[in-house]
Design a protein around this ligand. Structure first.
Ligand SMILES: Cc1cc2nc3c(=O)[nH]c(=O)nc-3n(C[C@H](O)[C@H](O)[C@H](O)COP(=O)(O)O)c2cc1C
Length: 345
């Protein structure tokens, strides 16, 4: 069913297809009986899929990764696709347009995407107006970043601003320092800078009546030395976990000519070609830390076995973006079935 829908959808430019899917799902869910049908087909989670982390109970460990619902406008509708949690954002304090279009490209043969969206979002204030309407009981993560025109020296103010505004409305926070599409953002992953940023955020968090989990989202392009630094920072700050990984700037092994690569240009690669490296990063962090903190594994999951591999490597929860674009809610359902099968054996 989704395959037929996808073949029509893929006739449209990727960003238009995204908007169209969101609108169609919204309308579809108004048709009497459809919510019940989706709930039965995709959301009837067995208790054995439940995961409890940081005092939060996830109905299942498969989440929607950041960037899909940047403005917290889609989380209710897409929760009917069977996700156990949804991460909104990346949100910046002030609204910004992001990079000029085209900025999102499909690599069908590779089951991948390249994007250089550049944190296009309506700003954190606007997102809270959507989150205030939250009715459905699904865990929501708030992924926060800095505005493009904020110098890295002042980045902490942007993260604090977004954190404080979102605080009443989300269940956990993700500090995104790993998008390749905001100039110099990845420099915030440097040890001293990151330690300072996370310490300030955690201090503010601890002064709140009930502190929330804070995770850091990292790039797959970090060296082992840099991953060692991440382990050290997470354990000593301390913060609550890591999301591994964001998109990669690596272009190896793609089924694209040099000319096609040049035509697409800069951006972060997601989907199947990212899977191996992302799992390597998860395994490295889990081994180095002796599984001392939870890892949310994301990057190139496009089959149940990819998902199981990430969990085996050390991920407590997983997230999906590109696989969901190519395969729809069936992928979430199949992963959950595989997890149940594993639980039985
Ligand atoms: C179009 C697009 C936009 C994204 N935007 C964000 C974002 O705003 N913040 C973020 O942390 N990650 C963002 N990501 C990265 C995803 O959350 C995820 O880490 C990455 O795509 C790897 O997972 P996947 O292979 O399942 O897509 C984006 C990815 C895509 C494809």
């Amino acid at each position: 069913m989704y395959k037929i829908f996808r073949s029509i959808l893929f006739l449209f430019e990727p960003e238009k297809a995204h908007a169209l899917t969101a609108r169609l799902l919204h309308v579809l869910l108004f048709v009497p009986g459809v919510k019940r049908l989706f709930t039965r087909k995709f959301c009837a989670d067995d208790d054995r899929l439940k995961r409890t982390l940081w005092g939060l109970t996830f109905s299942n460990p498969v989440g929607l990764a950041a960037g899909f619902d940047k403005n917290a406008r889609l989380y209710t509708d897409f929760s009917y696709c069977g996700f156990g949690f949804i991460e909104i954002g990346t949100l910046t304090p002030r609204p910004q347009k992001g990079n000029p279009r085209p900025r999102l490209f499909r690599l069908k043969k590779d089951q991948a995407l390249i994007n250089r969206m550049g944190f296009n979002n309506h700003g954190v204030e606007w997102a809270t107006s959507q989150l205030k309407k939250r009715k459905k009981n699904i865990i929501i993560g708030g992924n926060i970043g800095k505005n493009k025109d904020t110098h890295n020296d002042l980045a902490v103010n942007d993260y604090l601003d977004a954190f404080e505004t979102l605080y009443p409305y989300v269940d956990y926070f993700v500090v995104n320092v790993s998008s390749p599409n905001t100039p110099n953002l990845r420099e915030l992953q440097e040890k001293k800078t990151l330690k300072k940023l996370l310490s300030i955020l955690q201090e503010r968090n601890k002064s709140m009546p009930s502190p929330k989990p804070i995770l850091v989202k990292i790039a797959p392009d970090l060296s082992n030395q840099q991953l060692d630094d991440i382990v050290d920072i997470v354990l000593t700050t301390p913060i609550d976990g890591v999301i591994a990984t964001n998109t990669t700037v690596d272009r190896h092994g793609l089924d694209l000519s040099q000319q096609e690569k040049q035509h697409i240009g800069a951006g972060g690669l997601s989907g199947q070609p990212l899977n191996k490296r992302s799992t390597e990063v998860i395994r490295y962090l889990a081994d180095k830390s002796n599984r001392a903190f939870p890892i949310i594994g994301v990057g190139g999951i496009s089959s149940p076995s990819d998902a199981l591999e990430k969990i085996e490597a050390g991920a407590s929860l997983i997230q999906i973006y590109t696989g969901f674009i190519y395969q729809g809610p069936k992928l979430i359902r199949d992963i959950k079935r595989a997890l149940l099968k594993m639980a039985k054996s």
